[in-house]
Design a protein around this ligand. Structure first.
Ligand SMILES: C[S@@+](CC[C@H](N)C(=O)[O-])C[C@H]1O[C@@H](n2cnc3c(N)ncnc32)[C@H](O)[C@@H]1O
Length: 308
């Protein structure tokens, strides 16, 4: 169980209409020492009183008159790769922190000690600039990591890193909702696929296709390691009606998407594609900033799905 400080995408100020070229605005970082984080709690559900309170907050976002027009939604989908590319142009490698916690959370990422170097193969989908990939390559010499992203700029950052070594990593551009992963990776050859804060960036109607795509390169018995935004996360509750596209699905003001997963939906998504659920739970974390009297309940979803 992970209790150390971890940087997920910060809660962004709920912004007005999503502007195509605007730089993403993260919540301003709290001065050092003022943020307190309680240990994470892993649960399957929400207590009825909290759920009723959250539902009430979400109901305020449901104002059809203020919702994004069909034209804007279609354009955001068409420009998805471009908007992420602009995100990386503006933020370079400075936005996400390295994800040093992944081998603590996922047993499959620990070295077994009895495998040969680079004997296990993992694909990181939506790798960004490598915040998941590089810490893992340092701690696990058994892994060879394929890393893909549909932002060419992100992939260039990965390849330009001093830690990028073709002996243990191959980065390539790929839209997981449209381009066959099997064009880059032998079919059914991977032991692991990691989906860390990436499926939430897809429109829900494209998620099933992405999961099928993952399945095509995973060997039978291979496992998907999943971590993403969870239902009723503080970031979800702060969105305005103008950001809402559909239930649990929003556009940020920089044009990137954000979906908030329930355990039921994640299980259905992977179940439909022939995966067995090994683990699927909400990870709830309380952040308190006493100086600003700010109290945030972040909710993430962590899961492991095994290909039958
Ligand atoms: C929140 S970032 C997570 C990056 C990385 N997984 C990490 O944990 O640091 C989401 C990433 O998914 C990528 N992405 C979004 N939609 C994608 C798609 N359809 N195909 C491939 N990558 C995608 C974005 O470009 C972005 O780099």
């Amino acid at each position: 169980m992970q209790t150390a400080s971890e940087t997920e995408q910060p809660v962004q100020p709920a912004a007005p209409a999503p502007a195509q070229e605007a730089a993403p605005a993260a919540a301003p970082a709290a001065p050092a020492g003022q943020h307190h984080q309680a240990p994470a709690v892993y649960e399957d559900s929400f207590d009825p009183a909290s759920e009723a309170r959250y539902q009430e907050m979400l109901a305020k976002q449901h104002q059809p008159a203020r919702a994004l027009s069909e034209f804007k939604r279609t354009k955001l989908e068409a420009d998805a790769a471009r908007n992420w590319d602009i995100f990386y142009k503006n933020n370079t490698t400075n936005f996400f922190k390295d994800r040093h916690w992944t081998h603590r959370e996922f047993v499959e990422l620990r070295e077994t000690g009895d495998a040969l170097p680079r004997s296990r193969k993992l694909l990181e989908i939506g790798c960004g600039v490598g915040n998941f990939v590089f810490p893992l390559l340092q701690t696990n010499k058994e892994l060879f990591i394929y890393a893909c992203d549909f932002s060419p700029r992100a992939v260039e950052f990965v390849k330009a890193s001093p830690d990028y070594d073709e002996a243990c990593c191959k980065a390539f551009v790929n839209d997981i909702t449209a381009d066959a992963l099997a064009d880059h990776i032998p079919a059914e050859s991977l032991d692991l696929v990691s989906a860390i804060y990436v499926l939430s960036a897809l429109p829900p109607h494209k998620m099933q296709r992405a999961v099928e795509n993952i399945r095509s390169v995973l060997r039978p018995g291979g496992v998907v390691l999943f971590r993403d935004y969870g239902l009723y996360d503080a970031a979800q509750l702060r969105f305005k009606a103008e950001n809402r596209i559909d239930d649990r699905f929003y556009a940020r003001h920089d044009g990137t998407f954000s979906y908030y997963f329930s355990t039921e939906f994640a299980k259905e998504l992977f179940g439909n594609a022939g995966f067995e659920v090994l683990e699927c739970a909400y990870v709830k974390k309380e952040f308190v900033n006493r100086k600003e009297d700010l109290h945030m309940e972040r909710v993430f979803l962590q899961a492991r799905f095994q290909k039958k």
